[in-house]
Design a protein around this ligand. Sequence first.
Ligand code: DHE
Length: 549
Amino acid sequence: MSRSLTTAFALLLGTSALPAFAEGPTLSEEAFEASKQLYFEQCAGCHGVLRKGATGKNLEPTWKKTAKDGTVTEGGTLKLGQERLEKIIAYGTEGGMNNFSDIMTEDQIRDMATYIQMDPPKPPEMSLAQMKETRKIYVEEADYPTAPLHGRNWENFFVVIERDVGKVAIIDGDTKEVLTHIPTGYAVHVIKASEHHSISEPENPGRFWYTMGRDGKMTKIDLWQTPDKMLVSEVKVAYDARDVAISGDGKYVIGGGYWPPHFAIVDAQTMEPLKVVSTRGVNVDGNYVEEARVAAIYTTPHEPTWLVAVKELGQIWQVDYSDLDNLRIDKINTAKFLHDGFFDPTGRYFQIAANASNKMVVVDSKERKLEALIDVAALPHPGPGANWNDPNCGPVAGTTHLGVGTVTVWGNDPEGHADNAWKVCYEVETDGPGLFVRTHPNSKYVWADQTKHPDPEVQQSVQVIDKETGKIVKTIQITEEEGNAAVHFEFNKDGTEVWVSKWNLKDSKAPNGQIVIFDAETLEEKGRIDGLYAPTGKFNVYNRSNHVT
Ligand code: DHE
């Protein structure tokens, strides 16, 4: 790990001294610091830096919870004890937690089990002034080209996350050439483009891309530049973050923090931070939440707003960017814990997973209100999501689940098919729990991965569902190489190809990852793009800037 990255983590993780214990589990200072860093890298995303739990369980030494109906429950890692905790970390759980025996050494597992029985250190805050100091400009605005500097079909470029080396690759979707590997934040999570918008849209939607690293670093990429100059600027808006979005008019970028729990609004042209808003608050159950993290953020296609999912509050905040000084935020009560979502084909309804509630939440961005809650299977996780037409239910959408091998499909056309709207149309049983589902309007099929299944053979294969019959028509083994998983899909611009990542989880800093390309019609493999570093998410320029889901 680089020195600057280590410093960034040290900052995130706080400098509080080793908690003193009269009795009870304890670690040497060195082991405590190492576990603190490993916890951030591997555990904090699901369990939270303060360990109060979200996608994963609460990991405080002791906790007491009061439900809405007044029922009190108690628990904690101290109660579970060293031996049980080591087993859970090593082998995972049936509830969807990964096994870490492949990722952590035995000593690391032992120390982690002890670390989580000690009080969590609290990380520092980040002010607007601190964000401003981190801004870097690599290409001056005056040097932005007025037309693409390469003769390539940039609307069919793919922007690909190379997770473990902190880079994104730009791949020409026509020629399959990897044009460049751009340095970004650590383990970029989401990348978004400027998009078409019905009220006021940016010039050349899809030209500028903004990445969000897990370390809160946002980078701006210009696809009209020559590959060596595509990185134009960057700024850090948090210590730990996941999502980013651009305003419909292309003027602002919003970045959401896991820690500090806030969102920051940045000038999309200059990357100058303009405003920071805390997301701490009172959740849908009436309890104050300090670690109220920002999960998905989306631009609403027909309103001058963003939807900001405040995970632990169970609220979607509809943030109106038309007047930053008098920021209007409509706080929409939904369900916990909000995670990932996607719009319906009209761009009015936002469908997002509340994974701890086993529900899909639907928000009406026109009325700025909750539209529906749909009961689905355990831990829904749609990723980019999929919308299509079903012969019986009309327009539908689907999600994979982290907890179970099921794709749930629901009606999503309240205007044309009111009887089916926001009701489950059917479920498809897959071989294993997955992370991502995806389709394209020109394709007959919906693709689902099974990355969360502990059995390598299942984890390495994906399943294809026929939109007409709702049945699985093909299971495709992407790889049989040990330590590799198949993950995430993206179609090319015209929907004739499906790109799947082969992600080497064990040796993730080497250029041994691949993108495997399939013919979207015949489902036959067309070829592989080699030389990629831990490729995970892939984003096609045309599809993402034109709301093709
Ligand atoms: Fe993700 C999207 C959070 C683990 C790859 N992930 C998102 C989004 C959030 C999120 C909030 C945005 C959703 C949206 O825009 O609708 N992800 C988290 C976590 O908190 C979690 C559970 C644990 C963590 O520590 O981060 C987590 N995610 C993972 C992974 O393990 C994956 C497979 C690899 C990785 O990078 O760690 C992963 N997440 C992705 C990808 C997307 C994503 C590729 C974008 C999907 C898309 O096509 O839009």
